[in-house]
Design a binder for this molecule. Structure first.
Ligand SMILES: *Cc1c(COP(=O)(O)O)cnc(C)c1O
Length: 389
């Protein structure tokens, strides 16, 4: 029996949306349907909605319904990675179409536009979307898609989704929002005017550094039908085991992200003004240039923060060699705290001049705050700062 979750709160939907005890056995956890195909009683007649697992699989259906509910969306679609989900959106376009991206878009997003779709005639340009006049000016009569992330990576700029939706729609373009950094806990872009939302579920949705995945959600049924067609036609779908792990993860999504936000805020205010730091970048700090907008747009400020060390690359290197609790690794959003150096790691492919323009200095260190005790997290950062000469 499926539960009526119409008026249920976020955490209730985390645990139950898309899932109900298995009708044949009563199994409380959604089974992992490790099957590629489904028996047909007569040619072209199916027992349910399933004929072949690239098109649909019951474990994936449960996960897609769960994510749709958490984003307050009508429809959800799961993919084998975040870049597969965003590529599905780009597959809606045709040669000759143009896309406007925010200037510090995720490196993999920029790469798929520049190295894959550009040669197919889908061009893109980048603009600082905190500047609405510049965004307006970047729109051409060929622009069919606007793509943004907020908070951005790793400078944590906040972009006004409502304003950019207005600009996109005035030019007959769709607005896609990559909601990975905020997670479904802190931001529902569809309610602010976005047409489609993309996540790397490798990050907060998965939350345990053990799955790579992506999702899309949308309200418009026609748009969803086109995306679903791409999902099946191009075929970058997740396996049932990944969907099972992600369903298990979303049960604690609300708990995890709230705890992570709380610790990130504590860490940010603890280290703001520290003698070895040029600055602490966190949308929850009053010193953040878009603090007001973040307060309006998000019920929490996220669990990503950046610190800029005064001694540049050398200081950053020493800091990173001395952290113990924070693991030096790419990726983010998990229960374990991670730390990385964008200039050498995630953003190494961005030319130095461009990095400087975006504010990604050599001393900028990005932290993804996990669920460990905040006192231990603070002690670890302090010990590593003490090691910096
Ligand atoms: C990681 C990430 C992606 C790409 O997702 P994968 O799961 O690694 O393919 C896209 N956008 C953002 C903001 C990310 O952090």
């Amino acid at each position: 029996m499926s539960r009526d979750l119409t008026n249920a709160g976020f955490n209730t939907r985390c645990v139950h949306a898309g899932q109900s005890p298995d009708p044949s056995t009563g199994a409380v956890s959604t089974p992992v349907y490790l099957t590629s195909t489904y028996a047909q009683p007569s040619p072209g007649v199916f027992k349910g909605d399933y004929d072949y697992s690239r098109s649909a699989n019951p474990t994936r259906t449960a996960y897609e319904a769960n994510i749709a509910s958490l984003e307050d969306a009508k429809h959800g679609l799961a993919f084998s990675s975040g870049v597969a989900s965003l590529s599905a959106v780009i597959h809606l376009l045709s040669s000759g179409d143009h896309v406007v991206l925010c200037d510090d878009v995720y490196g993999g997003t920029y790469r798929v536009f520049k190295m894959i779709f550009d040669q197919l005639g889908i061009t893109s340009s980048r603009v600082d979307m905190t500047d609405h006049d510049a965004t307006e000016a970047a729109m051409t009569d060929k622009t069919r898609l606007v793509w943004l992330e907020t908070p951005t990576n790793p400078t944590l700029k906040i972009i006004n989704i409502k304003e950019i939706a207005r600009i996109a729609h005035a030019h007959n373009a769709l607005l896609a929002v990559d909601n990975t950094f905020a997670s479904p806990v802190l931001q529902h872009p569809l309610a602010l005017g976005a047409d489609v939302v993309s996540h790397s579920s490798t990050k907060y949705i998965g939350g345990h550094a053990d799955v790579v995945g992506g999702v899309l959600v949308a309200n418009d049924t026609e748009l969803y039908t086109r995306l679903r067609f791409v999902q099946n036609a191009v075929g970058a779908v997740p396996g049932p085991m990944d969907c099972f792990l992600l369903l298990r993860s979303t049960k604690t999504l609300g708990l995890r992200v709230h705890r992570q936000c709380e610790s990130a805020a504590t860490i940010a205010s603890h280290f703001e003004g520290h003698a070895k730091l040029e600055k602490v970048i966190y949308p929850g700090l009053k010193s953040h240039p878009q603090h007001e907008l973040a307060s309006e747009q998000m019920p929490g400020f996220g669990a990503m923060l950046s610190i800029v060390l005064k001694g540049g690359l050398d200081a950053a290197r020493t800091f990173l060699e001395n952290v113990e609790l924070f693991t030096l690794a790419e990726s983010l959003g998990g229960v374990e705290s991670l730390v990385e150096l964008p200039a050498i790691m995630t953003h190494a492919t961005v030319p130095a001049e461009e990095r400087a323009k975006l504010g990604i200095s050599d001393g900028l260190v990005r932290l993804s705050v996990g669920i460990e005790d905040v006192a231990d997290q603070i002690a670890d950062i302090q010990r590593a700062l003490d090691a910096v000469g």
